[in-house]
Design a protein around this ligand. Structure first.
Ligand SMILES: [Zn+2]
Length: 247
């Protein structure tokens, strides 16, 4: 029996589980599709007189016992039957397994592309600014992230470093002559400091701008003036000032 299972297709497994759950019902057509989800989800539904099943493609390499457990869970849900406890346990163990979690994390990174506009803006090129600051300030040691402008001119968050995607995004709001190259360069510097000083956890609290981060930021040439300029630029916008911040 166990050896046979090794040669069963996903569709075969569903058919066998169906007969087990609904022995007196004629086997309907079952259509299986593997989808490139960002997780390990799976779905089932009745459509056009047939059962449609969708599995995340991550599950293609799952052990047959896991596929069988999923078939039991989904078909039982569809037919309002009790799911055998052993299958729930197999499914839970697989989903909570370190290897599965790691695979999901990798997929999430690969498949959730960062939405941003190219680094070459109307007035400033963010790639150039990154290289310049990296050379002058970090001995060109910072690994190059994905870099781009936001799609819309957000004023509340002017720059952002996303460690999951290793991406720096600068608000299109700053791609203007009023902002000036020096100011955009300083915002780039600030976000680059986030690469050098990753978020730390202290007593359960997230420390985004550590003391070391702040100290290094203050050494940037013209730091006070640039911050003042940034504040003035933002004050021209209509949003309440306290809601504006850089992250
Ligand atoms: Zn910040």
């Amino acid at each position: 029996m166990h050896q046979l299972q090794l040669f069963e297709s996903t569709k075969d497994i569903y058919a066998r589980v169906f007969r087990c759950l609904c022995p007196r019902t004629a086997l309907p057509e079952i259509v299986i599709a593997f989808k490139s989800y960002r997780n390990a989800n799976c779905y089932i539904r009745w459509k056009n007189q047939r059962i449609e099943v969708r599995h995340a493609d991550l599950l293609m390499s799952a052990p047959p016992a896991v596929t069988e457990a999923i078939a039991f869970i989904l078909l039982a849900r569809l037919y309002r039957k009790q799911v055998p406890e052993e299958h729930v346990a197999v499914y839970r163990a697989f989903m909570n397994d370190g290897g599965t979690r790691q695979q999901v994390e990798v997929l999430r990174r690969e498949r959730s592309a960062k939405r941003m506009a190219p680094a070459q803006g109307t007035h400033y090129n963010l790639d150039q600014l990154f290289d310049e600051v990296n050379h002058q300030w970090f001995e060109s040691a910072l690994p190059r992230p994905a870099i781009g402008w936001t799609l819309s001119p957000a004023r509340r968050i002017l720059g952002h470093y996303d460690p999951v995607h290793h991406a720096i995004v600068v608000s299109r709001f700053l791609d203007s002559p009023e902002a000036g190259r020096d100011l955009v360069r300083y915002v780039m510097f600030h976000e680059m400091l986030h690469i050098k000083h990753p978020i730390r956890y202290e007593e359960g609290r997230r420390v985004i701008h550590s003391k070391a981060f702040r100290a290094e930021e203050r050494r940037y040439p013209g730091f006070e003036e640039l911050k003042e300029h940034l504040r003035a630029l933002c004050n021209e916008s209509s949003l309440p000032r306290r809601r504006r911040r850089r992250r």
